[in-house]
Design a binder for this molecule. Structure first.
Ligand code: ZN
Length: 311
């Protein structure tokens, strides 16, 4: 994937960092960001920089929201939830100690949530949980959940079972995605309402995934499947909650598989939640979590094939 910015390695030691005061200085007094902070922000969002957003949306509107959000942010209080999230990720394999990595709180003026900074740690956008009338307990749960999700990515890498990011083919990409993001989602502790709508509609999405990967499915059938999918009530509920139109999710391209991938993964799309259902099935059948994790993503095709709806 082409990227505008040449990413550098993040050199922060493990620990919990509050970048908000420095971002505030930058926004209010125009003080330059430290190179490491700038690098973290660019790793967080590789498509658009803070200064480009200021230019595009106007300083006043960005600042008004920043003040609202930062006033609702209590670093000392929220930092306690970070350890709870790390503890949860540790359960993936209790016999190997999860290596420490930095957890940073930053502000980005969009509705993106937590990210693993390319497997180097965890970045939490305070815009994701502040300024939304959540109680302190609800904010801590959101942060615990996000840290557990991102630390899972980091831990999988450490354990040597993180699926490759290289593109082999569509099947492997989809199986690996369902495996990894299904697991990260399983480790979360706090879900949006539309998560449950996807889960309740899992039979449909699993049939859709199987049909999509069936070699007999040609492009015209895929076009039909895609059109049906974007009218599914569970999908419409998700779109309306994230406040986006389908045109902003699906790229304008002739590559139908590419459209499908974006629909499945952008903005915490259905792939995360259906992956979670597939993991939950294995766990409910009594298979040990650590055993499943250490086997890696290779069995996802079987999980899909053997999926049966519950009575
Ligand atoms: Zn993830």
């Amino acid at each position: 994937m082409d990227e505008k910015y040449q990413l550098k390695e993040i050199k922060l030691e493990s620990g919990t960092y509050n970048l908000i005061p420095q971002i505030e200085e930058y926004l209010i007094n125009g003080k330059d960001l430290e190179p490491e902070v700038e690098n973290i922000l660019k790793t967080y969002n590789t498509n658009v920089s803070l200064s480009e957003i200021l230019q595009k949306r106007g300083y006043d509107s960005v600042m008004a929201r920043f003040i609202e959000v930062s006033e609702d942010f209590d670093f000392e209080d929220i930092a306690t939830a970070v350890q709870a999230g790390l503890d949860r990720a540790q359960t993936l394999n209790p016999s190997v100690k999860l290596r420490g990595s930095p957890v940073v709180f930053l502000y980005f003026p969009n509705n993106e949530g937590a990210k693993s900074l390319r497997g180097q740690g965890c970045a939490l956008n305070i815009n994701d949980f502040c300024g939304k009338s959540l109680t302190p307990e609800e904010k801590r749960r959101r942060v615990q959940s996000s840290v557990a999700h991102e630390a899972t990515h980091v831990f999988l890498k450490q354990l040597g079972v993180k699926p490759s990011e290289k593109w082999f083919n569509l099947k492997t990409f989809i199986w690996d995605f369902l495996w990894e993001e299904g697991l990260t989602t399983t480790m979360e502790v706090d879900y949006e309402d539309w998560h449950y709508s996807f889960v309740n509609d899992a039979d449909y999405y699993i049939e859709l995934l199987k049909d999509w990967l069936d070699p007999a499915t040609d492009d015209s059938k895929k076009e039909m499947l895609l059109q049906q999918c974007i009218q599914r009530p569970s999908l419409l509920e998700w779109l309306s909650n994230i406040g986006m139109s389908i045109d902003r999710i699906i790229p304008d391209t002739d590559d139908i598989d590419r459209k499908f991938i974006f629909l499945m993964k952008s903005m915490n799309g259905f792939g995360y939640h259906i992956g979670n259902v597939l993991w939950q099935r294995q766990l409910d059948a009594g298979t040990n979590l650590t055993e499943l994790v250490m086997k890696g993503s290779g069995e996802m095709s079987k999980w899909l094939d053997r999926y049966q709806s519950l009575p």
